[in-house]
Design a protein around this ligand. Sequence first.
Ligand SMILES: NC(=O)c1ccc[n+]([C@@H]2O[C@H](COP(=O)([O-])OP(=O)(O)OC[C@H]3O[C@@H](n4cnc5c(N)ncnc54)[C@H](O)[C@@H]3O)[C@@H](O)[C@H]2O)c1
Ligand SMILES: N[C@H](CO)Cc1c[nH]c[nH+]1
Ligand SMILES: [Zn+2]
Length: 424
Amino acid sequence: MRMVKVEASVSLRRDLDTGTEMQRDAVDNIITQVIEQGDHALYTLTKTLDGAELDQLRVTEAEMEAAYAQMDEELIGALREAMTNIRDFHQRQLRQSWLTTKEDGTILGQQITALDSVGVYVPGGKAAYPSSIMMNVIPAQVAGVKRIVMVSPPQADGSLPAGVLVTASELGVEEIYKVGGAQAVAALAYGTESITPVDKITGPGNIYVALAKRAVFGKVDIDMIAGPSEIVVLADETGDPGYIAADLLSQAEHDERASAVLVTTSNELAEQVSVEVEKQLALLPRKDIAAASIRDYGVIYVARDIAEAIHVVNELAPEHLELLTKEPMNLVGKIRHAGAIFVGSYSSEPVGDYFAGPNHVLPTNGTARFSSPLNVDDFIKKSSIIAYSKEALEANGSKISALARLEGLEAHARAIDIRLEGNK
Ligand SMILES: NC(=O)c1ccc[n+]([C@@H]2O[C@H](COP(=O)([O-])OP(=O)(O)OC[C@H]3O[C@@H](n4cnc5c(N)ncnc54)[C@H](O)[C@@H]3O)[C@@H](O)[C@H]2O)c1
Ligand SMILES: N[C@H](CO)Cc1c[nH]c[nH+]1
Ligand SMILES: [Zn+2]
């Protein structure tokens, strides 16, 4: 792995991937096709881009039964346990509506309502992601969303992986379509003969999915543009090089553009991790993807001390941060920007990807500076409630109409005045 001494002037963040002109044109073209040709476009694009010839887009009962027949009972048990952990965690995020009454009888408040419908994109190009189904669907269910639609690209034989179907079924998702990429996003936003549009689209995906989400934003809401996975490990001399290399590779295997970074105060650990990464990489089934990620986006920063190492981490604002130091819990409060913080040697990143409970859809590309993991708030909206009493309007009306006239908005002022005049 590339080794770099930290210098204050080094720009650490990588640029947001806005795609090539060709990719942007392709996505615009796909969205137009879906708007103009509906289902027909979905069938032809699925044939061209996924190599699958479909009879129908929606997953059938028979397909679901076939999926269950392929799944191991113990694995279903593990899925259910993960679902319970994720549901328990997100339940704690649920907000309540509230009302407050002032002395003059004014009632103010905030009413929480769930979104009516949400479309969940489940990536399926380079890997299948049952875990992403749980991470998107569960917070939506906790929020109270009634209609949850799932889309995912089919395999060349026209099927979705058994793990994907069984996970969706275990969660009670009934509306599942075998379509992926920009065409799936366009269908969820604009609708087709088979797919009724939704109000919000969530879920990670590749550059085509990201560009399409960006393009339909405004017609529908989106969660975030989640870029390729990222991991930063902050370790001192106590870090275990084998664990660190394994954790770096766990994210490198997602994508050629995933990034895996070690920030350490120890030259010796830096050397050991570099050797260990090469050793473990050679044995991985997805070594081609992981090797490209390590080659292009793998870095080891050697810092003078922990303070400098923390500065690097905050500059990177990573999606995942592991703290592998002597007293890792003491460092948590010093981290200003990170999507998820994994504390200590036994909190390896995949613990969070699959099982612990917190969401694994996290801000990437330095956006942890201003955004948060996917959560229940992403699936609700708030309405303000204002109930003024006669007494309150009489006491404050002249101030309100004065403020309206300050803006030159006479009709606003008169809407208040007409009520005050009536009482003269
Ligand atoms: N942040 C997270 O929580 C999280 C979770 C899981 C996966 N991910 C990321 O999601 C991404 C998944 O990407 P993926 O590719 O595996 O699956 P994907 O489902 O996002 O993309 C596959 C689709 O891309 C479209 N596509 C491919 N080549 C195209 C082309 N030339 N023109 C037009 N469309 C084309 C096809 O429609 C195909 O169905 C990875 O980067 C992974 O790291 C992130
Ligand atoms: N680490 C990914 C988010 O960057 C999520 C994931 C799903 N499956 C495995 N990992
Ligand atoms: Zn992962």
